[in-house]
Design a protein around this ligand. Structure first.
Ligand code: ADP
Length: 495
């Protein structure tokens, strides 16, 4: 296959070569062949993009349009994504490695996200202000929302187009102008998105796309003084750097970071359903999901039977290129990620956990970043595989006795993105769900994600919420407006 060549960044409504003329390459994770050459932006390109976004925000039409006017353009972006859905899905598979049906799901969700925020933008026209009831009747007070300003959005490689949509759609709907930097591992669908955004008639400077490496392009974007808000999804170490960069100008900040999410399974659960959701919770996208339920706590009576069934079902998973029919587990995204996951598995073995399935290169896949899904049983709670995010198809199991122990083990983590609980006793499941310190708790399922519902974590899993009304509001400032209505003079200094 001839490598895809992209020569240009999308800045101020135009396709521009990076100032330094540099490119980087990305590989197809299914066979390690050269997939694409992508422009490597540097600080100078970032400055051009941020300046363009600043001009568009300070002097352009976009932030001053009505919500309904912006909605028309957002719906055109959704349409644009849908009309290129097949091409985008295939691109996502070749770039990220995920199975095609998962990529198709992502693309449909990305389009849906633009439609959803079009609806929220429109709704602002009919409710432009929120009245505040004041005890002091001499004043009227209300809140109006305004766009935060210029947004620097930095996204990861696990759901390339969908993560772009989660940030670009609400930011544009709110009236912000944005500079988007995708992961250097998966820039291709974002480049397509820029073309779609252009076609949809988004004014110059409102949306800018800069591809490049984290330190060379991400860092200057995070540090740029003219950026008002940073929206980041990625690892905890990079999240810390972003937070530090934000501190200089006290930028508005949202962070969606890692997780080590627990899944508590009570003995009264249906075993087939439990195994299905455990697998969905850790094997979707090869486990490269920030909310993956990677720590499974099973009540002692059910533990042996569930483990046996999980091993049997996991053994049936078809592993291969994401473009092959029937494949449910593709390659990991990159050599770096592959080596990281293999090292975590090795450390798990050394820590005394029992590796009861997988964790190695499949014998029929000599090239590509393939891994048989790994199941660890009886995992010590002080081991790295129990405590640290692996971001791969590696699940850790442990038995527990009662509700209190399950909650204690589940909450014993520095992360708090998601959690899941399963029981036939709904009252108990909801009680346990309330006790879990996590931003998202699934009951009798794991991972279903909805554009309408808030997404984000407690503790070191992040700050703020994406999606739903919460995601929209994170791109809108709250402005208090207060009017003095009384006919009486104020009369403090001048009697
Ligand atoms: P991973 O290690 O899994 O790739 P990262 O958190 O490093 O996760 O990457 C998420 C995003 O952050 C990517 O777009 C990456 O380019 C970007 N990034 C990495 N390092 C930095 C940095 N120092 N400053 C800003 N962005 C960065």
């Amino acid at each position: 296959m001839i490598p895809i060549q992209h020569k240009h960044l999308y800045i101020d409504g135009q396709w521009l070569a990076p100032v330094n003329g540099q490119h980087f390459t990305t590989l197809d994770p299914s066979d390690e062949s050269l997939l694409a050459e992508v422009p490597a932006a540097s600080a100078e390109d970032i400055d051009l993009a941020v300046q363009a976004a600043r001009r568009a925000f300070d002097h352009g039409q976009w932030p001053r349009l009505s919500g309904s006017q912006r909605a028309v353009v957002l719906r055109r972006i959704a349409e644009g994504i849908r009309s290129h859905a097949e091409q985008l899905a295939e691109l996502e598979v070749r770039d990220n490695g995920k199975p095609l049906p998962e990529a198709q799901w992502d693309i449909a969700d990305a389009a849906g996200c633009f439609d959803y925020y079009a609806g929220l933008a429109e709704a602002t026209d009919s409710a432009p202000r929120q009245t505040i009831a004041l005890a002091d009747e001499r004043f009227s007070s209300w809140v109006e929302r305004e766009p935060v300003g210029v947004v620097g959005a930095i996204i990861p490689w696990n759901f390339p187009l969908l993560m772009a949509a989660w940030k670009v759609a609400p930011a544009l709907a709110a009236g912000c102008c944005i500079v988007l930097k995708p992961s250097e591992l998966t820039s291709l669908s974002a480049l397509q998105l820029a073309a779609i955004v252009h076609e949809a008639g988004v004014p110059a400077g409102v949306f800018n796309l800069v591809t490049g490496l984290g330190p060379d392009a991400g860092a200057p974007l995070a540090e740029h003084p003219l950026v008002d808000k940073l929206a980041f999804t990625g690892s905890v170490p990079t999240g810390r750097r972003i937070m530090q960069a934000a501190s200089r100008e006290i930028k508005n900040l949202s962070l969606e970071l890692g997780g080590k999410s627990p899944f508590i399974v009570f003995a009264d659960s249906d075993i087939a359903a439990a195994v299905e959701w455990i697998m969905f919770g850790i094997f979707w996208n090869q486990g490269q999901v920030c909310s993956a339920t990677s720590r499974v706590l099973v009540q002692r009576e059910l533990y042996p039977a569930l483990l046996e069934r999980l091993i049997a079902e996991t053994g049936k998973l078809r592993i291969g290129s994401g473009l092959q029919e029937g494949v449910l587990l593709g390659p990991l995204v990159s050599r770096g990620q592959y080596d990281k996951v293999l090292a975590a598995i090795e450390a798990g073995r050394a820590s005394g956990a029992r590796l009861v399935h997988g964790g190695e290169r499949p014998s029929d896949q000599p090239v590509g970043y393939y891994l048989t899904p790994a199941i660890f049983a009886d995992v010590p709670t002080d081991s790295a595989i129990w405590r640290e995010e692996i971001f791969g198809p590696v699940v850790c199991l442990r038995a527990f006795g009662g509700e209190e122990e399950a909650l204690r083990l589940a909450n014993d983590s520095e992360f708090g993105l998601a959690a899941a609980v399963m029981s036939a006793d709904i009252e108990r499941a909801e009680r346990v769900a309330r006790g879990l310190r996590a931003g998202i708790v699934w009951i009798n399922c794991s991972q279903p994600t909805f554009t309408e519902a808030p997404w984000g974590g407690y503790k070191q899993s992040g700050i703020g919420r994406e999606l739903g009304q919460w995601g929209f509001d994170s791109y809108r400032e709250v402005k208090q407006m207060t009017r003095y209505d009384s006919e009486q003079p104020w009369g403090w200094y001048i009697k």
